[in-house]
Design a protein. Structure first.
Lengths: 461, 130
C-alpha cells in the first residue's frame, strides 16, 4: 500500500483556524451590515416622519393665514349679506383648520430654537387674529375704508407671520439635512468597516491559499517519492523472487535426477517413487508460478493484444483439458484490442479455466464459459463455471498469494498462486478482476481490461 | 555408444547427469566451465555437447559460439542446451540448436533428448551473434 502523507497536527489546526476566521469575518460582515442598515433605515424614517411632517404643517399654517387674509379682502368688497355670511363661514373653517394643524404641530414637541420660533409665530398670529376680527366687524357694517385701514394696520403682523413660517421651515429643513448627514456618515463608516473586513478576508484567503498550495505541492512530492521508492522495492522484490525461483531449479533438477537414478536401482519401491515425483512436480509448479508472478510487472507494461488471437490460442490450450473431463467449453469473445500482453492474458484465461477444471463437481458435467465483449472503455471477460464454488470467506481471500480454501487444500493439488497471478496481471495491465461464487453452484470471474482501440465488428465463436 | 561432454558449473548436477548418461552406455567427460569444455573438445572432438546455459565467465551460448567460430569441424557438434531460465526457447534459437530442455527435467526426458541429438546430429545454425 502507498503511504499517504498526512498534514502535521499544528498545520491542520492552523488551517482550521484560518478557515474559521474567514467564515467568521463573512458572518460578522453580514450581521453588522444587517443591523446598521436597519438602524439607518429607522433614522431615515424618523427624519421623514418628524422633520418633513413639521415642514408640511408649518407651511399649512402659513397658507391658512394667507387664505384668511384673502377672504377678509373679499368680505370687504362684498355688499350682499348672504355673500358675507358664506365668506365668514369659510373664514371660520380656515380658523378651525389652523387650530387643528397647530395642535398637531405642538404635539411634535418642538425644542430649542424651533420652540421659540413657534411661540413667536403664535404671538404674531394672535396679532393678525385681533386685526382680522376688527376688520371683519367694520366690513359687516359696510364701513369698508375703515375696515381696509384696520387690515392695513395689521400688515406688519402678517409679514411677521410669513417670516416666522419661513424660519420654522428653515429650522426643520436644517434638522432634516443634519440627520441625513448623520445617516450618510453612518453609511460611510459602515462601508469602511465592510471594506476592512473584506480586505482582511482576502488577505487571509491569499495567505491560506499560498500555504495550502505549498503544503499540497509538498504532499505530492512526498507521494511521488513514496510511490517511486515503493515501485523500486516492488521491482527489487520481484527480481529477488525471480532469482530465488530460478536458482531453485538447478538443485531441484539434481534432486529429481538423483532420485530417479536411485529408483532405477531399486525398482521395487514404486510407491516411494510416485510420492517423490508428486513432490518434485508440486515444487516445479510453485517455482513456475513464482517466476510468473515476478515477471508480470515488467512484461505487462505498454503491451497490446488482439482478443481473437488469445481466444483461439486458449481454445486450443484448454479445449482438450476440458474434453478430457467430459466437460464443455464455450468461448464467445467479441474481437478487440486490449491493453495486456498476449502471453499474460493467455495465462489469465488458462489459470481461470484450469481452476474450473480442478474444482468441478464430480456429479455434474463441467460447463465452462468464457464470454467477452467491449463496453464503453473496457473489455469485459466473464469466465463462469458450474463447479463446486467457494464460500464467501474463501472468495474474499481467493486472490491472496498462497491462499487455498479449506476444501481445496485437502482435495486438490495446487500452489495457491494461480488467482494471485491473475489479479496481478490484470492490475498491472490497468484492469480489475472480481469473483462471485456460491458453494455447490459455481463461480463467476469478471475481468475488465482497458481497450486499446475500436473493437472489430465480427464476433468469434 | 557415443562420446559426450557434459558441461555444468553445478558439480552435483554435472555428476548425476554424467552418471545417468554413462548408465545408458555413453562415454562421458565432465567440464565445470565453458573454458574447460573448450579444452576437452580440443583434446578430442565429442559427438555431442550437453551444455548448461547459465555459467560464470563463459556462458553456455558463448561456449557454443566459440566452438562455432573455430571453423575446424567443432561447429558440426550438436549442442544440447539445459537451463532454468524463463526464455530458454529464445536462447536456443539464438544458438541455433533444436535440442533444449528446461530445468527441472526428468531423467527420461534428458536421456531421450540426447538420443535424438545423436540420431539427428543437427549442428547449431545461429541466427546472429550469441
Amino acid at each position: 500500500m502507498t503511504p499517504t502523507p498526512r498534514l502535521d497536527r499544528p498545520i491542520r489546526l492552523l488551517l482550521s483556524l484560518a478557515f474559521g476566521a474567514i467564515a467568521a469575518l463573512l458572518v460578522l460582515t453580514q450581521v453588522v451590515s444587517y443591523f446598521r442598515s436597519r438602524e439607518v433605515q429607522a433614522n431615515v424614517d424618523l427624519i421623514a416622519e418628524d422633520a418633513l411632517a413639521s415642514i408640511r404643517r408649518v407651511q399649512r399654517l402659513g397658507t391658512d393665514i394667507q387664505r384668511q387674509r384673502i377672504l377678509i379682502d373679499r368680505h370687504i368688497l362684498e355688499r350682499d349679506i348672504i355673500d358675507m355670511d358664506r365668506t365668514e363661514k369659510q373664514i371660520a373653517a380656515i380658523g378651525a383648520d389652523y387650530a387643528d394643524t397647530a395642535r398637531q404641530y405642538a404635539a411634535l414637541a418642538p425644542v430649542g430654537e424651533e420652540a421659540s420660533a413657534w411661540l413667536r409665530l403664535q404671538d404674531d398670529v394672535g396679532a393678525t387674529d385681533a386685526a382680522y376680527r376688527a376688520a371683519l366687524a367694520l366690513s359687516r357694517k359696510n364701513l369698508d375704508p375703515q375696515a381696509r385701514e384696520a387690515l392695513s394696520a395689521a400688515e406688519p403682523s402678517y409679514a411677521a407671520v410669513e417670516r416666522d413660517v419661513d424660519l420654522l421651515v428653515a429650522i426643520n429643513q436644517t434638522a432634516a439635512d443634519q440627520a441625513l448627514m448623520r445617516v450618510r456618515q453612518v453609511q460611510h463608516s459602515m462601508l469602511v468597516l465592510r471594506s476592512v473586513l473584506a480586505l482582511a478576508g482576502v488577505l487571509i484567503t491569499l495567505v491560506l491559499g499560498f500555504s495550502v498550495t505549498r503544503l499540497v505541492a509538498r504532499g505530492e512530492d512526498q507521494l511521488k517519492h513514496y510511490a517511486g521508492a515503493l515501485e523500486l522495492r516492488n521491482r527489487e522484490l520481484d527480481a529477488f523472487a525471480g532469482r530465488v525461483a530460478h536458482d531453485l531449479r538447478g538443485p531441484l533438477t539434481a534432486i529429481s535426477l538423483s532420485a530417479s537414478r536411485l529408483f532405477e536401482r531399486m525398482p521395487q519401491d514404486e510407491g516411494g517413487m510416485a510420492i517423490f515425483r508428486r513432490g518434485v512436480q508440486r515444487m516445479e509448479e510453485l517455482i513456475d508460478d513464482l517466476l510468473s508472478l515476478s515477471r508480470i510487472t515488467a512484461e505487462a507494461a505498454g503491451m497490446i493484444c488482439q482478443i481473437e488471437i488469445v481466444a483461439s490460442a486458449i481454445e486450443a490450450d484448454l479445449g482438450p483439458k476440458v474434453t478430457e473431463v467430459d466437460g464443455r467449453l464455450r468461448l464467445q469473445m467479441q474481437p478487440a484490442r486490449v491493453r495486456c500482453s498476449e502471453g499474460l492474458l493467455r495465462e489469465v484465461l488458462w489459470n481461470l479455466g484450469e481452476n474450473a477444471v480442478k474444482y468441478r463437481r464430480p456429479e455434474v458435467p463441467l460447463q465452462l464459459e468464457m464470454i467477452g465483449h467491449a463496453t464503453h472503455q473496457h473489455y469485459e471477460l466473464r469466465v463462469s463455471d458450474n463447479g463446486s464454488g467457494m464460500s464467501s470467506s474463501d472468495a474474499r481471500r481467493a486472490f491472496d498469494p498462497l491462499f487455498r480454501g479449506e476444501q481445496a487444500r485437502s482435495t486438490t493439488p495446487g500452489t495457491g498462486l494461480g488467482l494471485a497471478i491473475v489479479k496481478r496481471i490484470v492490475e498491472a495491465s490497468g484492469g480489475t478482476v472480481t469473483v462471485d461464487s456460491h458453494v455447490g453452484q459455481g463461480t463467476l470471474f469478471v475481468v475488465r481490461l482497458p481497450l486499446a482501440g475500436e473493437p472489430a465488428a465480427r464476433p468469434t465463436q | 555408444m557415443a562420446d559426450l561432454i557434459v558441461v555444468d558449473d553445478d558439480h552435483d548436477l554435472g555428476d548425476i547427469l554424467a552418471d545417468i548418461l554413462r548408465s545408458r552406455g555413453h562415454e562421458i567427460r565432465v567440464a565445470r566451465s565453458g573454458h574447460e569444455a573448450l579444452q576437452l573438445v580440443a583434446e578430442r572432438r565429442p559427438e555431442a555437447v550437453v551444455l548448461d546455459v547459465e555459467m560464470p565467465v563463459l556462458s553456455g551460448p558463448d561456449t557454443a559460439h566459440l566452438l562455432l567460430i573455430r571453423n575446424c569441424g567443432d561447429e558440426e557438434i550438436p549442442i544440447v542446451l539445459l537451463s532454468g531460465i524463463v526464455d530458454l526457447r529464445r536462447v536456443a534459437a539464438r544458438v541455433g540448436t533444436p535440442y533444449f530442455l528446461a530445468k527441472p527435467y526428468e531423467l527420461e526426458a534428458i536421456v531421450q533428448l540426447v538420443a535424438r541429438a545423436l540420431a539427428e546430429r543437427t549442428p547449431p545454425t545461429p541466427a546472429g551473434k550469441p
